[in-house]
Design a protein around this ligand. Structure first.
Ligand SMILES: CC(C)(COP(=O)(O)OP(=O)(O)OC[C@H]1O[C@@H](n2cnc3c(N)ncnc32)[C@H](O)[C@@H]1OP(=O)(O)O)[C@@H](O)C(=O)NCCC(=O)NCCS
Length: 217
């Protein structure tokens, strides 16, 4: 994200609060919040909230140049990678730029690549030759070690570790504090429970928990 960017943030709960801190730190501004739950009110003083894509369109059509967002961030955590990717497409189609948000305390190797709309939070680490896709969340202190391949819409929870050369398919979710051993593969939309140690590959759409990680019934 460039300093001075004006963002629409989709989602108005926990992850939005984290992003609000980060956007302020990076000298950006949140101009509009969106949450499809009509009961949710804006948690950010002075920042308006709308509750539908139609309302976003209306806002974009009528906002003054100073109020109109030029970029966006999708602030939906958990295992909702496919939802994040869907919203990403809809906002790109409206001419908004997906912000890459990287906390100043994170380390991203010069040889790593980070996709559009991805958030790298405080103290996260992305090692040499790692590739991270679009609309991922590398949460607080997550580690993506050398040569990992992380596809679009993946969420790595706080303090989780991908050892070297791990592959994570799209929309997978790795819970807080989980560890994935080197060269293992995590399938599409799989979930790794908090604290798990993944010693074998995890199939698509499968939840594993425990040490060593085993599929749930
Ligand atoms: C694995 C997980 C997705 C399962 O969620 P769920 O389907 O709602 O599961 P439940 O809470 O109903 O628990 C089902 C069973 O699995 C066990 N279980 C749940 N999570 C577990 C975990 N991480 N490790 C070991 N066992 C776990 C529960 O104790 C329960 O066992 P029981 O049936 O013997 O009582 C969830 O517990 C988890 O670990 N989520 C990660 C959360 C996280 O890290 N968030 C980061 C936010 S930024």
């Amino acid at each position: 994200m460039t300093a001075g960017a004006k963002l629409l943030v989709w989602g108005a709960s926990g992850h939005a609060l984290v992003l609000a801190d980060l956007v302020a730190l990076l000298d950006g501004q949140i101009k509009l919040l969106v949450d499809t739950n009509p009961d949710v009110t804006s948690p950010l003083p002075g920042v308006p909230i709308v509750h539908s894509l139609d309302a976003v369109d209306q806002w974009l059509a009528t906002a003054s140049p100073g109020q109109r967002p030029d970029g966006f961030a999708v602030a939906i955590g958990g295992s909702h990678g496919l939802v994040r990717l869907g919203i990403h497409q809809q906002l790109v189609a409206r001419g908004l730029d997906p912000a890459i948000l990287i906390h100043p305390t994170a380390h991203v190797s010069a040889s790593a690549t980070i996709g559009s709309g991805t958030h790298v939070l405080a103290m996260a680490f992305v090692g040499a030759m790692a590739t991270v896709g679009s609309e991922c969340i590398l949460n607080t202190a997550a580690i993506v070690d050398h040569e990992c391949q992380v596809a679009d819409g993946v969420h790595l929870g706080p303090g989780s570790t991908l050892a070297g050369c791990v592959t994570v398919a799209s929309a997978a979710f790795v819970g807080a504090g989980a560890t994935v051993l080197p060269r293992r593969k995590i399938g599409q939309s799989a979930i790794v429970g908090a604290g798990a140690v993944v010693t074998n590959d995890v199939a698509a759409d499968t939840t594993v928990v425990g040490v060593p990680a085993r599929p749930t019934a």
